[in-house]
Design a protein around this ligand. Structure first.
Ligand code: SAM
Length: 253
């Protein structure tokens, strides 16, 4: 089985960081920047004046979105190279820090933040159940944790598109939904090829972890590209066929 621990996460994302950050800056990452990212921003809603923590911030995409909307933002990531890119990108007075998200409770006092966000990062962490508990402890009572993850129903260990004669995607074949564990992905078509590891678990595991950490689910969304996003990025067409992402609005119970 693919090994997956905090060291693996740090090393693989450090190696990925240059291509990832430059790919985002160039518009290569349009699934995030034109599709599910804006959907997550909308789900977060009003944050002006809020004390907000972004977990697994990578090169700072979501932290910058939150700072631009008036939040006071702290953002953490386990990869030092990602944090270098985030700092270099600017985008407001964001306090960036290299930190393993499982150590949040040791680093910040309890109830330090009004809102916590994690943009497509939790499934890239080896122990999301522990991270959920750590986030709960630094959230103020009644505070919200707004999360996007890869949709467990389609980010399965085995997945293959069936294509039409013109190469267009018709339907997705999936298997291994009930397998729990790390899944390795090779990212092609970026400045250089890189490999990362994510954790696959069925939806019922995610919901158990969320409840056990002391959250209630306020809302759940499965974003589909808007007509405007599709017009700007025809490559999003496959995301109208199956749900790639799951957005969760969690409230500290
Ligand atoms: C797909 S990237 C998402 C980055 C950013 N949120 C974005 O939207 O571009 C996942 C990030 O999670 C970070 N990560 C993985 N495990 C972590 C952990 N235990 N603590 C903090 N960050 C972690 C990785 O370093 C990586 O930057």
């Amino acid at each position: 089985m693919t090994p997956f621990d905090e060291r693996t996460a740090r090393v693989t994302w450090d190696r990925a960081a240059d291509a990832y950050a430059r790919g985002q800056a160039s518009g290569r990452d349009f699934y995030r920047c034109a599709f599910f990212g804006p959907a997550q921003v909308a789900l977060v809603g009003e944050v002006a004046g809020a004390c907000l923590l972004d977990v697994g911030c990578g090169a700072g995409y979501f932290a910058r979105e939150m700072a631009a909307r008036g939040a006071t933002v702290t953002a953490v990531d386990i990869s030092p190279r990602m944090i270098e890119h985030a700092r270099a990108a600017g985008g407001g007075a964001i306090a960036y820090e290299v930190l393993d998200a499982t150590a949040l409770a040791e680093r910040y006092a309890s109830a330090s933040f009004d809102v916590v966000t994690a943009c497509l990062a939790l499934q890239d962490m080896p122990d999301p159940a522990r991270v959920l508990r750590a986030v709960r402890s630094v959230l103020a009572p009644g505070g919200r944790f707004i999360v996007s993850i890869e949709h467990p129903c389609t980010a399965t260990p085995t997945r293959m598109w069936e294509r039409g004669p013109d190469g267009s995607k018709l339907r997705l074949g999936i298997a291994g939904y009930f397998a729990r564990g790390p899944v390795s992905t090779t990212w092609r078509g970026w400045e250089y090829e890189f490999r990362t590891v994510a954790l696959h678990a069925p939806l019922e595991d995610w919901f158990r972890w969320i409840g056990a950490a002391g959250f209630v689910v306020r809302d759940l969304r499965e974003p589909c590209p808007t007509p405007e996003a599709l017009a700007g990025h025809p490559g999003l067409a496959d995301a109208t066929l199956v749900p790639y992402f799951l957005l969760l609005d969690l409230r500290a119970a």
